[in-house]
Design a protein around this ligand. Structure first.
Ligand code: NDP
Length: 449
């Protein structure tokens, strides 16, 4: 085993020994470190500086109690978190997730990914992630508001426009960001617009932020296909999820001339052979906060299937997982490829297991890993911060143009590094090396951090 391979194995063993109960975190560290060995071999200064050991240790983790009352005056206690992973290139930046599955392993995995993703955007933002095991599903607006206020009553002391700037993620959309911002402003008695991103347009939000992750994903796919002399026109696309990322991925895929035939939620998926009716999905999910099973009321010819896994058995040219982590395991990856899928690009964070990713790479399909393909959301969040500091609002077209430029740049950067380190189509390695380089260089320059 080479020296650097041994170094990576030692750091992985350290991660496992320190936190044996954090499988998601361990897996993402394994994915990143395992793929940057060629870079470490050419740059031994990072081993000497113990850079990997530093990077796998969050700069700070805050956990706190969140006490709130439901509409029947019953008291509930949830757990709140903020993982401040790395501030080498800018203030911590990354979303808040409200979902019953939230725990430290999931947030550390998301925060670790975020560090390299944010670096790839080429904007000055560090990496963090936070959230709570609170489930907004089925709660009234007032309950969600009381929870958000209680959550921010503690979180406010740990964030700020130059310190840490949270945004949305699963279970945290425009409504939640509004309540969180209102409470922060009340406590601080100051209008710090850039303390949160994903804000409403009437109070400092950026045009295109809502669409950014989904649109950015499709811009990334377009770049991958352009390089092969191909287009999205006429392609059949399978999408999972029916939330923020999925909805705007479907919209942009349709604008590019593709036919999207599925979407899903955590109960099941719909298959519409004539192409998903996005207006119906928006009505169900954005307006009524309902279940995707209702889709067949709008499109009687469509099919609804209980359970999420089946979506990967639908024949397609392109698969865009946009729901959550570990949606595609090895069996699903095999099924997709056996059915003719040629492109997988990740809208969600870590939707493919490590084994599925290895299978994509072996099969030589085009694969856009999450930290590159879904970086559009955080990139536009950083543009929202810029607009807030300038006290200006850019037009939709202006932000969208910048988003296109950023996604093209991320693609080129990942591709260039993949070529330079000897595996030209391996964008996992290319994106990880490109993201890692900048953070590692900044950390080294800053001394013992
Ligand atoms: P939303 O809450 O808007 O939507 C999430 C969607 O995924 C819903 O359809 C939800 O269904 C489904 N889902 C959630 N958990 C599960 C589960 N355990 N099994 C199956 N389906 C599930 O979240 P977003 O669209 O914002 O986020 C989706 C993914 O994209 C996440 O991985 C997130 O980290 C990632 N991401 C989001 C960004 C953003 O800008 N929003 C930026 C970059 C990445 P249900 O309604 O039933 O829960």
């Amino acid at each position: 085993m080479s020296d650097m391979k041994q170094y990576v194995e030692d750091v992985l063993a350290l991660v496992k020994q320190r936190d044996p109960d954090q499988p998601e975190f361990y897996n993402t560290v394994r994915e990143v470190l395992g793929s940057i060995i060629p870079f470490l071999e050419k740059n031994p200064q990072y081993k000497a500086a113990k850079m990997l050991e530093r990077m796998v240790e969050p700069e700070r983790i805050v956990t706190f109690r969140v006490v709130w009352q439901d509409d029947n005056n019953e008291t509930h206690i949830n757990r709140g978190y903020r993982v401040q992973m790395n501030s080498a290139i800018g203030p911590y930046k990354g979303g808040l997730r409200f979902h019953p599955s939230v725990n430290l392993s999931i947030l550390k995995f998301l925060a670790f990914e975020q560090v390299f993703k944010n670096s790839l955007t080429s904007l000055p933002i560090g990496g963090g992630k936070g959230g709570s095991d609170f489930d907004p599903k089925g709660k009234s607006d007032n309950e969600v508001m009381r929870f958000c206020q209680a959550f921010m009553t503690e979180l406010y002391r740990h964030i700020g426009p130059h310190v840490d700037v949270p945004a949305g993620d699963i279970g945290v959309g425009g409504r939640e960001i509004g309540y969180l911002f209102g409470q922060y402003k009340r406590i601080r008695d100051a209008y710090d617009s850039a303390v949160l991103t994903g804000k409403g347009l009437t109070y400092g939000g950026s045009l295109t932020r809502t669409e950014a992750t989904g649109y950015g994903l499709l811009y990334f796919v377009k770049n991958m296909l352009d390089d092969k002399g191909d287009t999205l026109q006429g392609k059949t696309v399978v999408v999972s999820g029916a939330g923020n990322v999925a909805i705007y991925a479907i919209q942009k895929a349709q604008e590019f001339g593709a036919k999207v035939v599925t979407c899903s939620d955590s109960n099941g998926y719909v298959y519409d052979s004539e192409g998903i009716d996005l207006a119906a999905v928006k009505k169900i999910k954005e307006v009524n906060r309902g279940r995707i099973s209702e889709y067949v009321k709008y499109r009687p010819n469509a099919e609804y299937h209980e359970g999420c896994r089946g979506v990967w058995g639908v024949k397609c040219d392109i698969a865009l997982p946009c729901a959550t982590q570990s949606e595609i395991d090895l069996d699903s990856a095999k099924l997709l490829i056996a059915n003719g899928c040629k492109v997988v690009a990740e809208g969600a964070n870590m939707p493919s297991t490590l084994e599925a990713i290895e299978y994509y790479l072996q099969s030589k399909i085009l694969f856009g890993p999450a930290k590159a393909a879904n970086a559009g959301g955080v990139a536009v969040s950083a543009l929202e911060m810029s607009q807030n500091s300038e006290r200006l609002s850019w037009t939709f077209e202006e932000v969208d143009e910048r988003l296109k430029g950023i996604m093209a740049n991320i693609y080129r950067n990942a591709k260039k590094n993949a070529e330079e380190y000897g595996d030209p189509d391996n964008l996992v390695m290319g994106a990880n090396i490109a993201g890692f380089k900048k953070v590692a260089e900044a950390m080294l320059a800053q001394g013992m951090v």
